[in-house]
Design a protein around this ligand. Structure first.
Ligand code: COA
Length: 165
């Protein structure tokens, strides 16, 4: 599977919401996605598109020199086929463009699939938010990649992106 990763548009929002609804206990509203697409200059919203179909999406937020993964998901039928990885690489590239130094995210302690993906990209545990998720009181892990701007790390990511192509 070799989807194109491109900026999310307002027209993509319904398809993105359909994936969001089956991926998270608290899906975002249309307004929340629309805001990231058209009204938040600190955000970068991307989709993965394959043959005209949206198969994944991700949102990056910038806070000074810290980039934060706001959300990322792939369509259930498209999972384990490299969509999440391609989106994550695109977020790293965007974070570089915006001169971030660290990339951070929160993940449920039970979300071993996502943690496996993040571990592959050098994320390490930087903290834990107790009972962070209100739907079930689950803890959130704060994962960070420090110093991801080093030439070695950038070269490794470029090589991985190349091999996925
Ligand atoms: C997490 C998620 C985005 C991964 O997307 P994906 O398209 O399946 O990811 P990829 O196919 O690129 O997987 C890349 C690697 O991540 C790891 N991984 C992904 N899913 C995994 C799973 N279910 N179990 C174990 N490892 C997994 C593997 O190392 C995998 O490489 P491999 O398939 O060569 O073994 C997807 O499972 C998802 O949308 N989950 C629901 C939403 C979510 O939890 N988002 C993250 C919130 S923090």
């Amino acid at each position: 599977m070799n989807p194109v990763i491109r900026p999310m548009t307002l027209a993509d929002v319904p398809a993105v919401m359909a994936i969001d609804a089956v991926s998270f206990p608290r899906p975002w509203s249309a307004d929340e996605f629309r805001r990231e697409v058209e009204a938040n200059p600190s955000a970068c919203a991307l989709v993965a598109e394959l043959e005209g179909e949206i198969v994944g999406y991700a949102v990056l937020w910038m806070f000074h020199d810290e980039a934060h993964v706001g959300t990322i998901a792939s369509a259930p039928a498209a999972r384990r086929r490299g969509v999440g990885e391609r989106l994550l690489i695109a977020l790293f590239e965007e974070a570089w463009r915006r001169e971030a130094i660290t990339l951070t995210l929160e993940v449920r302690v039970s979300n071993l699939a996502a943690q496996a993906l993040y571990a592959r990209y050098g994320f390490v545990e930087a903290g834990r938010r107790k009972r962070y998720y209100r739907d079930n009181g689950e803890d959130g892990l704060i994962l960070t990649v420090e110093d991801f701007t080093t030439p070695a790390r950038r070269a490794a990511l470029r090589a991985r992106a190349q091999s996925l192509r």
